[in-house]
Design a protein around this ligand. Sequence first.
Ligand SMILES: [Zn+2]
Length: 307
Amino acid sequence: MRFLLSVAVLLLLPPPSGALADCAAPTLRLTASTLQPRQGAIVSVVLRSDVPLASAVLTGEGERVPLEMDASGRVFRGLVGVDFEAPLGKERFEVETTDPCDVSHAASLDLRVLAGAFPSQRLTLEPKYVEPPESEKERIAADHEKVQKAWDSGEEGRRWRGAFSLPVPGTKAGAFGARRVLNGETKSRHAGVDMAAAAGTPVLAAAPARVALAEDLYFSGGTVILDHGGGLFTTYFHLSKIDVRVGDVVAVRQQIGEVGATGRATGPHLHWGARLHGKRVNPLGLLRLTPGPPPARVWKTDQSVKK
Ligand SMILES: [Zn+2]
């Protein structure tokens, strides 16, 4: 009887960790939707492992990308942004994983960033929007802080699935990344697309989001910043009317304001921008995102696990 009892106790003890069959070093394969993205591109990255992993975190040039694990524990997905002013040439991404026995493994992926095909534009603007008067400097600095606060308020959980929709349907969008000559001087790069539309045209949320900023700013005029979660924001400038407040949760195609010409604008249009993990990317790339399976788990950038 005593012998039987000790066998039962032995069976209850966990085996030594090194002896587990599923703790063999995984074979990792890191792939991207393109290896030669242009400046401003959105790249979708997939990590595949032959055995289930405990965690995976992707890092790149100043970028920490949360990865979503599917139900098998073998496939992880994330989106990488290439800033529209990113240096040309090699950009290395590295993934760090841990297996179920808490042993780390790494894999890397080299992208080659190509120059974006950006136009040049000559614009004539009111002088106060090219050389702002001293009296406006304090306000402009305060605007910067408000926008920075909006970026910092981003939520980890992704609110959207699949492709985004145009905020002003049926219009053409252009001038992404344009080098701008303002009143004869090379002054700025254009970090979004401009969509021509009549004043008062409804502006619709491109995807489900939480409103991170909604107010009038010096350069961008009536401004809405939407936080879509998972490190992705979209911006809407020059609105004549704002229909949402900070903290509101909006559905895709819900009206957030109306097209106007407020702030630094030559006439009524919508300026639409996107920011992914702090990188300024072409929002038109969001129209081509594929849904992918719902994640079983998401790894936050600090590597802790979120249900
Ligand atoms: Zn613009």
